[in-house]
Design a protein. Structure first.
Lengths: 670, 181
C-alpha cells in the first residue's frame, strides 16, 4: 500500500504538470481537443492524492512503523482519534493534507465551472495546477511521507502530547481549509489579470469561496486559541507567537478585502486595491507556511523538521514578482471612475476600515520579522513578544471597533450632518450611558484597565447601532407587510442575507472584543503549594486541595490527578480535577487543565507540581468573560452561514433592486 | 423635469468649524499620549512579579521561546521563584531586568527597548498608519473633488432646468439615506 501511495504521488505530479501545459495550450490556442483532455485532469489529480492520503492514513491506523512518518508521529497506544490527527501532525503529512485539500478544491472549481466562464476558468485552473505542482514537487522530492525505515521498529515515538487534544484535531484542518481556500480567489484574480477580463465577474465567481475561506480561517484561529487555552496551561489563549501571527495576518487582509470589495460591487471603484488585497491574502498564507516550515523564527508551533524555508521563500518571491508584474502591466485596464460624493460616506469609512485592518496586519508582520531585521542590521537577535503587540495593536483595534459601529450607520455616497445626528444620537447616548454606569465599577488604574473600559463602552455603542439596524428594518417590514414581529425579523434577514449576516458577524466580533477586554484586565490568579486540606482564596472563590490520585492509563501514559473542591459563600460549586500526564520517552510532563466555564468567568486549575508526600502546587486562575470569546466565534459562524446560505431567488431580487435603484437615481421623468 | 444632480448640489453640508476640529484632534492626541504614558500595571507588590514575567522571556534549557508569564515548563517555576526571592530581598524590577540582560543579552527581553534602532520597531507601524491615513484622506478628497467637478459642469449644462427647493431636496436626501440603510 505504501508503494501505491508513493506511486500515486508521482502520477499526481505528472498529471498536474500535464494539466498546466494542457490548460495553457487549450486557452491560448482555443483547442477543443485539449479542453476535452483537460476535463479529466482534476479528477485524476484528486483521485491520486486521495489514494496517497488513504495510504498514509492506513499506515497510521495499522501501526505500520516501516514508514518513517508513522514511526515519528504515532505509536500503538495512541487513540484512533489522534492517529487520524497524526496525519497532519508532522511536516510531511501536513503538506500531503494541504495538497489533498487543494486538489479537492480544484475539482470543485472544475465541476462548478464546467459549462461556464470559459474565458477565465482555464487560466484559473493553470494557477491552481501550478500551485499543486509546487506542493507535489515537495512531496515527491523533499518531504516524502512514504519514506521507509529499512528495519521497522516495534513501536513508534508517538504524537507530541501537546497535540493530543481534541481542539488540535479540529484546529489544523480548519485553518488549512481557510488557507487553501484562499487559493481559489487568488487563482481567479490571477486568471482575470492574465486574460484581461477585469470587470467584477471574478469577484462574483469567488464571493462564496472567499467568505467560506474567511470563515474557516477565522474559526481556525479561534480553535487554535481554544487549544492553547486548554492545552498549554498558562491561563491565556493568545501569545502573539510568530505562527499565531502567521494565521492572523491573512485573516486581517481577507477581512479588509471582504469590506472593500463591496465598494467595487456598488460603485465599480478600487479595482487595483481589491486585486492587490486578494493577492496579498494568498501571499500571506504562503508567508505563514514559510514561517512554520523555515525554522527561521522560533515558535512553539514550528515543525520539528523545519527545513522547507528556502523552497517557500523562493515560491513566495516568484508569486510576488508575478503578481506585481501583472498588476503593473494591467494598470490601464484596472482604471476605474474613482469618484466619491463626499468625504462623509460609507465608502470612506470602508477605506479607513481597510487602513486599520491592514495597520494591525502590518504591525503584526513587522513585529514578526523585526528579530530578523534587527539581527541583520545590528547583529543582535531580539525578541518581539506580547507586550509589543498589545501596545501597538490594541489602540488600532479599538479604533477598528469604533468603525464597526460607525460604518453601518453612515449612508452610502453622502451623509449629511442631520442624517449623522439622527443616526448617531441613540448609539452615542447608549455608549455614554455605559461609560457613566461602568465608571464607578471598573478599576482604571493602568493602561490595560483603561483600554478595557473603552472597549466595553465601544461594544455598547456598536451593539446599539446593530440592534437599531435590526429593529428599524423589522418594524418597517412589519408595517409594510403586516407581519408579526418575529416573522418580520426572519424575512428581513432572509431577504437580505449578506447584509444581516454581516451584522451578525459583527455581533460576534463585539463579543470577542468584550471577552478579550474582560479576561485581560479583570482576572486574578495565584499559585500555592498546598498539603491536602489546605485552601487558597481567589476573588470570591475558595479552592481546597482534597486529594491526589494516579492512573496508569496504558504502557506509555500515566496520569496524576489532583482533586480540588471549589466553594463560593461556603457552598461547594465545583470539583476540579487538573492533571499532569507523564508520557514514556518524553522529558516534560504535560499539564491537563480543568476548567469550569460560565458566562461570567472561567475557573481554571493547573496541577503544576506534586511531591511524594502528596503536597501539590496548584495554579488557580479566575478568568472573567473568556467564554464570550468562544461564543463570539459561534455567532460569527452563524452570521457567515446566513451570508452564504444559497438562495435561488437572490439573483432575481438583486435585479429587482437594481431596477428600482436605477429608476430612483436616473433623471426622473415627468 | 428634476435631476438628482441638481438636488445634491443644493444640499448644504454644514462644515464643522476649524476650532471644533482642532479641539477634537487635540483631545485624541491627548488621549493617546495619556494612554501611552500610563504604567502597564500598578506597582502593587503582587503585580511586580507579573511585570517581570511579562517583561522577560523564559530562559529554560529547552529554549521554549515563550514569555515567562506564559511558560509552563519546570524551569520557569524555578525562575519565577528566584525572581520572587530577589524582589523580596529589595531588588527593583528594573534592577532584575538589567541583571538578566547582562546575563543573557537583549534577547531575554520580551519586547524591544525604546532606544536606538529598536525605536523603529515601535514607530514604524504608527508611521505607516499615519501615512496611510493621510493618503486615504488625500485620495478621498481627490475623488470627492472629481465628482464635484463633474457635478458642477453638469450643473452649468442644466442651468436652464428648474431646481428643487432645499427643504424638498433635504427630504429626498433623507429618503435616499433610508433606502441606503
Amino acid at each position: 500500500m505504501n508503494e501505491i501511495g508513493e506511486f500515486a504521488l508521482m502520477i499526481a505530479l505528472a498529471t498536474s504538470l500535464y494539466g498546466c501545459v494542457t490548460y495553457v495550450m487549450a486557452a491560448r490556442g482555443n483547442r477543443v481537443d485539449l479542453y476535452l483532455s483537460a476535463e479529466k485532469i482534476p479528477f485524476i489529480l484528486a483521485a491520486c492524492v486521495i489514494v496517497a492520503s488513504a495510504a498514509l492514513l492506513r499506515g497510521l491506523l495499522m501501526d505500520d512503523f516501516s514508514l518513517q512518518y508513522v514511526w515519528a508521529y504515532s505509536n500503538r497506544d495512541l487513540d484512533t482519534f489522534y492517529k487520524i490527527s497524526s496525519f497532519w501532525g508532522g511536516q510531511k503529512g501536513s503538506l500531503l493534507f494541504w495538497t489533498l485539500l487543494l486538489t479537492c478544491y480544484t475539482l470543485v472549481v472544475h465541476i462548478q465551472n464546467r459549462k461556464r466562464n470559459a474565458m477565465v476558468v482555464p487560466y484559473a485552473m493553470v494557477v491552481l495546477m501550478t500551485i499543486t505542482t509546487f506542493f507535489l514537487v515537495l512531496l515527491n522530492f523533499s518531504t516524502n511521507p512514504f519514506e521507509v525505515i529499512p528495519v521497522p521498529p516495534e513501536d513508534g515515538r508517538g504524537l507530541n502530547p501537546l497535540l493530543q487534544n481534541y481542539w488540535m484535531v479540529i484546529h489544523p484542518p480548519t485553518l488549512y481549509l481557510g488557507y487553501v481556500g484562499f487559493t481559489v480567489p487568488f487563482a481567479f484574480a490571477m486568471a482575470a489579470l492574465i486574460c484581461k477580463n477585469l470587470d467584477d465577474s471574478w469577484i462574483r465567481l469567488t464571493r462564496k469561496w472567499t467568505l467560506v475561506s474567511w470563515f474557516f480561517l477565522c474559526m481556525g484561529n479561534l480553535f487554535g486559541a481554544q487549544w492553547a487555552y486548554l492545552e498549554l496551561g498558562w491561563g491565556g489563549y493568545w501569545a502573539w507567537d510568530p505562527v499565531e501571527n502567521a494565521a492572523f495576518m491573512p485573516l486581517l487582509v481577507a477581512t479588509a478585502y471582504l469590506h472593500s470589495v463591496m465598494i467595487q460591487e456598488k460603485k465599480d471603484m478600487m479595482k487595483v486595491w481589491n486585486m492587490s488585497l486578494v493577492l496579498l491574502t494568498f501571499v500571506m498564507t504562503i508567508f505563514g507556511t514559510f514561517i512554520t516550515r523555515s525554522g527561521l523564527i522560533q515558535s512553539v508551533h514550528t515543525f520539528d523538521e523545519a527545513t522547507l524555508g528556502y523552497y517557500f521563500l523562493a515560491f513566495l518571491g516568484v508569486i510576488i514578482v508575478i503578481c506585481v508584474g501583472l498588476i503593473l502591466t494591467r494598470l490601464p485596464l484596472l482604471k476605474s471612475k474613482n469618484e466619491l460624493d463626499s468625504f462623509l460616506s460609507r465608502e470612506s469609512s470602508f477605506l479607513f476600515n481597510n487602513l486599520l485592518l491592514l495597520g494591525i496586519g502590518f504591525a503584526t508582520f513587522w513585529g514578526t520579522i523585526f528579530p530578523i531585521i534587527s539581527e541583520a542590521v545590528r547583529g543582535v537577535k531580539i525578541t518581539v513578544g506580547p507586550p509589543f503587540y498589545n501596545q501597538v495593536n490594541v489602540p488600532i483595534g479599538l479604533a477598528l471597533l469604533a468603525l464597526i459601529g460607525i460604518g453601518p450607520i453612515i449612508a452610502w455616497r453622502k451623509a449629511t450632518w442631520s442624517n449623522l445626528k439622527k443616526n448617531f444620537i441613540k448609539p452615542v447616548s447608549a455608549g455614554l450611558l455605559a461609560a457613566g454606569v461602568l465608571f464607578p465599577f471598573l478599576p482604571l488604574g493602568n493602561r490595560s484597565e483603561i483600554y478595557s473600559y473603552i472597549t466595553f463602552v465601544l461594544c455598547v455603542f456598536v451593539m446599539t447601532t446593530i440592534l437599531i439596524e435590526f429593529f428599524k428594518g423589522t418594524v418597517a417590514r412589519k408595517n409594510l407587510h403586516d407581519e408579526k414581529l418575529v416573522e418580520a425579523l426572519g424575512s428581513l434577514v432572509w431577504r437580505s442575507k449578506s447584509r444581516y449576516g454581516g451584522y451578525i458577524v459583527h455581533i460576534g466580533v463585539v463579543l470577542i472584543f468584550a471577552g478579550i477586554a474582560g479576561s485581560q484586565s479583570y482576572g486574578a490568579h495565584t499559585e500555592k503549594r498546598m498539603k491536602i486540606g489546605e485552601s487558597v482564596v481567589v476573588k470570591d472563590f475558595t479552592f481546597t486541595y482534597e486529594r491526589l490520585g494516579f492512573i496508569e492509563e496504558n504502557a506509555t501514559k500515566t496520569r496524576a490527578i489532583a482533586q480540588v473542591g471549589v466553594y463560593k459563600d461556603g457552598k461547594r460549586v465545583w470539583t476540579g480535577q487538573p492533571e499532569k500526564e507523564f508520557y514514556k520517552g518524553q522529558n516534560q510532563p504535560v499539564s491537563e487543565v480543568d476548567v469550569l466555564s460560565t458566562w461570567q468567568q472561567d475557573l481554571y486549575l493547573i496541577l503544576a507540581d506534586f511531591t511524594e508526600d502528596e503536597a501539590a502546587t496548584i495554579k488557580v486562575y479566575v478568568n472573567p468573560m473568556v467564554s464570550w470569546i468562544w461564543m463570539g466565534g459561534w455567532v460569527i459562524a452563524f452570521g457567515t452561514m446566513v451570508s452564504v446560505w444559497p438562495d435561488r431567488l437572490e439573483k432575481r431580487r438583486r435585479l429587482e433592486r437594481m431596477k428600482i435603484q436605477s429608476a430612483v437615481f436616473s433623471p426622473a421623468q415627468e | 423635469m428634476v435631476t438628482k444632480k441638481i438636488e445634491f448640489m443644493q444640499v448644504q453640508v454644514p462644515r464643522a468649524s476649524f476650532a471644533w476640529k482642532g479641539f477634537c484632534n487635540g483631545m485624541l492626541v491627548l488621549l493617546f499620549v495619556f494612554l501611552s504614558i500610563l504604567p502597564a500595571s500598578t506597582a502593587h507588590s503582587s503585580a511586580l512579579l507579573a511585570d517581570l514575567e511579562n517583561a522577560l522571556m523564559c530562559t529554560c534549557d529547552d529554549k521554549c521561546g515563550k514569555v515567562l508569564g506564559n511558560c509552563t515548563c519546570d524551569s520557569s517555576d524555578k525562575i519565577r521563584m528566584g525572581f520572587a526571592a530577589q524582589l523580596e530581598s529589595g531588588l527593583t524590577v528594573q534592577q532584575i531586568i538589567k541583571e538578566q540582560v547582562a546575563k543573557y543579552g537583549e534577547t531575554v527581553l520580551s519586547s524591544p527597548t525604546k532606544t536606538g534602532f529598536n525605536i523603529t520597531a515601535w514607530a514604524t507601524p504608527f508611521v505607516a498608519l499615519v501615512v496611510g491615513g493621510l493618503g486615504i484622506r488625500k485620495i478621498v478628497q481627490t475623488w470627492a473633488g472629481k465628482k464635484q467637478g463633474v457635478e458642477t459642469s453638469g450643473d452649468e449644462k442644466s442651468a436652464g432646468e428648474p431646481t428643487v427647493p432645499t427643504k424638498y431636496s433635504s427630504k429626498l436626501q433623507d429618503e435616499l439615506d433610508k433606502l441606503d440603510s
